[in-house]
Design a binder for this molecule. Sequence first.
Ligand SMILES: Nc1nc2c(c(=O)[nH]1)N(C=O)[C@@H](CNc1ccc(C(=O)N[C@@H](CCC(=O)O)C(=O)O)cc1)CN2
Ligand SMILES: Nc1ncnc2c1ncn2[C@@H]1O[C@H](COP(=O)(O)OP(=O)(O)OP(=O)(O)O)[C@@H](O)[C@H]1O
Length: 199
Amino acid sequence: MTGVETRSGDAKRALRSELIAVRARLSQEERSEKSHAIAERVDRIAAVRDARTVALYAPLGTEVDSTELARRIGARGGRVVYPRSVVGERRLVFCRCDPAELVRGPLGAREPPAGAPEVALAEVDCVVMPGVAFSLDGLRLGRGGGYYDATLWAMPGSARVGVAFDVQVVPSLPREPHDAPLDALVTESRALTFARGAR
Ligand SMILES: Nc1nc2c(c(=O)[nH]1)N(C=O)[C@@H](CNc1ccc(C(=O)N[C@@H](CCC(=O)O)C(=O)O)cc1)CN2
Ligand SMILES: Nc1ncnc2c1ncn2[C@@H]1O[C@H](COP(=O)(O)OP(=O)(O)OP(=O)(O)O)[C@@H](O)[C@H]1O
C-alpha cells in the first residue's frame, strides 16, 4: 500500500466514526419518516424505475430503511435481490429472497440464507446501497470491508445508487483507486445524479 493510500485509509476511519455518531442522533421516528421520503424519490429515478432486477440491502442499525422501497419495486413487478457476503473473498453475491427469510450473516447484516437462488451479477440492473457517508461528487464511504467496491467493479452495466440521510452527505471524501463512484445519490431532500464520463 502506498503512503497516500494509508493516509486516506486513516482519514476514512476517522470520518466513519464521526458520521456514524451523527446518523445515530436522528430519532427512530425521524429515520422512519426520512426513509419513506427517500423511497419515493429513489423510485422516481429512471435507472431504478426501468430496472427489472434491483439489488437492495437489509437495513442494519441506523441505516436508511429499505423496506418501503422493496415494497414499491415489488408492486410494479420488479425483482428484488439481497447481498450475501463472501467472507475471505471481499465480494458480494446477490440472491432472491423474501425479506422474512433473511438471516444474520457473518458480518452482522441480515442476508439471504444458504440455498437462496443466486442471480448472476449481469442480471442486476441497479444496485441500491447504504453507506456511512457520501460526497457531493458521488463517492461512498461504507463500513470499511470494501465489499461493495470490489463487487461493483465486476458489474460495469449496473447503475449504482446510494441512499442516505442529508446529515450523511459531506462535500468531499478521500478517494482511493478501488472506490467505485455512484451514478446517483438520493436523500430525503434531493436526488443528485453524476455523469459516467465525469468519474
Ligand atoms: N445493510 C447492509 N448490508 C450490507 C452491507 C452494509 O453496509 N449494510 N455491506 C457493506 O459492505 C455488506 C456486509 N458488510 C458488512 C461489513 C461490516 C459490518 C459491520 O460493521 N458489522 C458490525 C456489527 C453490526 C451488528 O451486529 O449490529 C460490526 O462488526 O461491528 C456489517 C456488514 C453487505 N450487506
Ligand atoms: N478491490 C479492492 N482491492 C484491494 N483492496 C481493496 C479493494 N477494495 C477495498 N480494498 C481495501 O479494503 C479496505 C476497505 O475499503 P473501503 O474503506 O473503501 O471500504 P468501504 O467502501 O467503506 O466498505 P463496504 O463497501 O464494505 O461498505 C481498505 O483497506 C481497502 O484498501
